[in-house]
Design a binder for this molecule. Sequence first.
Ligand code: ZN
Length: 402
Amino acid sequence: MIKVMEDLQQDRKVIFSLIQKKGPLTKRDIQNTTNLKLTTLNRIINDLLTKELIVEESVGESTGGRKPTLYNVNSSKFYSIGIDISRTYTQILLTNLKMQIIKEKRFSGEDWYSCENLTERIVEAVRSFLDGLNITSDYLLGVGIGVIGPLEREKGTETSSENIGGSSFNSKFIKESLESRFRLPVIIDNGANCAVLGEYFYGYGKGYENIAYFNCGIGIRTGVITAGIIIRAINDREDAFGHMVIDINGRECYCGNHGCVESYSSIYSILKEFKVKSIRENKNFIEKNLDSIDYKDVFRLANEGESISKEIVSNSAIVFGTALANYINLLNPQLVILSGPTIYNSDIFYKLSTEVAIKKINAANANIKFSKGGYFKEHTMAVGASALIVESYISPSAERRQ
Ligand SMILES: [Zn+2]
């Protein structure tokens, strides 16, 4: 645990957080936001400079007279780790306090077979990051982890481990093992909440109050910030949107309900529909055994204009776009970030679903913006997990102190 950060007084935390997220800033910029007296601000800035949390960067634009000094966060002293554990891969990042990625390591989901093994892989990656850069763990703030929800965040346990690797996955075990190995804070949240937090503070969400993040893949994972606050579902579920009913007499969903968005728009549903239609129409669209066809094949065929797969992908996009419009009308995000394998592999899905959503939203949401992948693209969840750690030291509603 970093004592310098831990011991910061509240007024220092506020100024540090401002510089860290909006820097570089001049003293005038800071005063315009905080209304602090110059003598008070000087005292705080000198303290943050002495603690090496911020640096004098260069000189700012002059409006005549002496050019003012700019203050920015120190990007080469303190670091944090962000980890994204999903169904198909694990990504580990070392970021600095600007949330720039300094080191990264990614391995496939099949490369670990137990929590013990995954923990070892994480420890090994983090140690190699630190050794490679000659950083001691004294300058590491902690480890943030984004996992597939639902989970009991404060306890760090899954309410259902079926979502990720079956019963072998246990985030409480990983949290406790990493805490004892590194002697650092370890925070776990669902990946979609991490992603929306990262984009809100450091990515395309900067300057907005309400943003939403969707990860479309095996499931549909959603995180939303409204008026600057993450809206948390019960047990921190991130799949509630995916089980929004879009057709009361619709397809059976694995959750037991009928007509959920996921039963039309998840990768599983798209692939299943393709296989059903291939058998029904007795057609061989691809030089592959039906069992070995994966979702990328279906998206590729659709992109190439093959009619059955194009129809399936288009229908799944129309369902998703309609549900998205309902969601937008309810929560009024100003920015919606769409990410995940479905979005990256299918232009048809991205374009059609956003067109449908725009057509169906009410006039009050007319200025909504969409982003494909956000600022951090495939790193969003891990960067957001790293940001969770920084927030735990400086945010008044610090996760770690709950
Ligand atoms: Zn469902």
